[in-house]
Write a protein that binds this ligand. Structure first.
Ligand code: NAD
Ligand code: TYD
Length: 339
């Protein structure tokens, strides 16, 4: 059996990755290490085979705890653990710098101490900043780092500590940079699940600014497959941009959700724009396609329908979140604008 160490595996993408690996890679055992912050949720891991998946609650910045949890003979570390929401980073950046940068360094040091074969850093297209609306411009692996939010800055810095570990100590590392994910179990602070949850409850849908910002959306399972391929086939020291060539303006996304749920567009509320709001993200995935043999398998129409179905069928999951710390976050974030 191959052993892998997955951090942040109780979050949205990490839990999808863990589920996919258990299904598709019968020779792999997973140690899933997650601090269970507001975004971590053990409900995301319900029903997994305990013989091949063990969960350890812990902070990636806690060096002794990481060293104890990372198994001997571990083949790879997949670092999903992060503070991940741009709006929260605008409100307060401290935790982003701590988890996303220091935490990555601690994991790299531990991986080196334990002789782990490969380190996979799950990064984001947001490290490259914002593109002009002219739709001939794309992010490539040669695009410079130009992060605009505290979140993006912390993820860019995490890429740099990964690079430094490779250059200084020869750590075998690959970086994946993906666009906006959507799918089941995404925390309802992010655009798509927030709009689905509010629409299902006939509550207003807060659209920032003019609603014309562009994001490049990818179904979470397609992202997870690319991460696995980067681990198996990626070249050490390389970054791979992951995207499904699926650019959408926010307003189009919101309208599609309302239409699918049979709710009126009068629920849309234009609210103040996010500070430093990146205008457009768009990824050229040609390197991942050619070097990794990766292709997205889920169309936008299929993925959005499956996501909406999941939230419809799992309202208890959403309600557990909406009844907790989220209530206060929502009041602070949107209270004044939505009344
Ligand atoms: P998420 O917020 O849903 O999950 C993050 C997970 O990390 C949670 O389970 C949380 O408990 C855990 N965590 C946070 N701080 C921790 C710490 N100090 N120690 C251990 N665990 C900790 O995030 P997500 O959307 O699943 O994103 C996962 C990764 O993918 C992140 O690194 C993010 O930057 C990256 N990414 C996300 C997207 C996206 O669209 N969501 C796109 C590209 C890249
Ligand atoms: P988000 O899901 O936070 O992802 P990111 O900022 O990492 O791209 O937001 C996606 C887009 O939706 C972004 O342009 C901001 C916008 N947005 C809104 O218009 N209203 C909202 O309430 C939220 C959370 C996001």
């Amino acid at each position: 059996m191959r052993k892998i160490f997955v951090t942040g595996g109780a979050g949205f993408i990490g839990s999808a990755f863990v589920r996919q690996v258990l299904e598709e890679q019968p020779d792999v055992e997973i140690v899933d290490y997650d601090a269970l912050t507001y975004a971590g949720n053990l409900e995301n891991l319900a029903g997994l085979d305990p013989a091949r998946h063990s969960f350890i609650k812990g902070d990636i910045c806690d060096r002794p705890a990481v060293l104890e949890a990372m198994p001997e003979g571990c083949d790879a570390v997949f670092n999903f653990a992060a503070e991940s929401h741009v709006d929260r980073s605008i409100h307060s950046a401290d935790e982003f710098l701590r988890t996303n940068i220091i935490g990555t360094q601690v994991l790299l040091d531990a991986a080196r101490a334990k002789g782990v074969r490969r380190f996979v850093q799950v990064s984001t297209d947001e490290v490259m900043g914002s593109l002009p609306e002219d739709d001939s411009a794309f992010f490539t692996e040669a695009s410079p780092h130009k992060p605009n939010s505290p979140y993006a800055a912390s993820k860019a810095a995490a890429e740099f500590v990964v690079r430094a570990a490779r250059e200084t100590f020869g750590v075998d590392a690959v970086i994946t940079r993906c666009g906006n994910n959507y799918g089941p179990r995404q925390f309802p602070e992010k655009l798509i699940p927030l709009m689905i949850a509010n629409a299902m409850n006939d509550e207003p849908l807060p659209v920032y600014g003019d609603g014309q910002n562009v994001r490049d959306w990818i179904f979470v399972d397609d992202h997870c497959r690319a991460i696995w391929l980067a681990y198996e086939k990626g070249r050490s020291g390389e970054a791979y941009n992951i995207g499904a060539r699926n650019e959408r303006r926010n307003l189009e996304v919101v309208r599609s959700i309302l239409a699918a749920l049979g709710k009126p567009e009068s629920l849309i509320r234009y609210v103040d724009d996010r500070l430093g709001h990146d205008r457009r993200y768009a990824i050229d995935p040609i390197k991942a396609e050619t070097e990794l043999g990766w292709r997205p398998q889920v169309t936008w129409e299929e993925g959005l329908a499956a996501t909406i179905d999941w939230y419809r069928e799992n309202q208890a999951w959403v309600e557990h979140i909406r009844n907790g710390e989220y209530r206060e976050y929502y009041r602070q974030m949107y209270g004044a604008a939505l009344g």
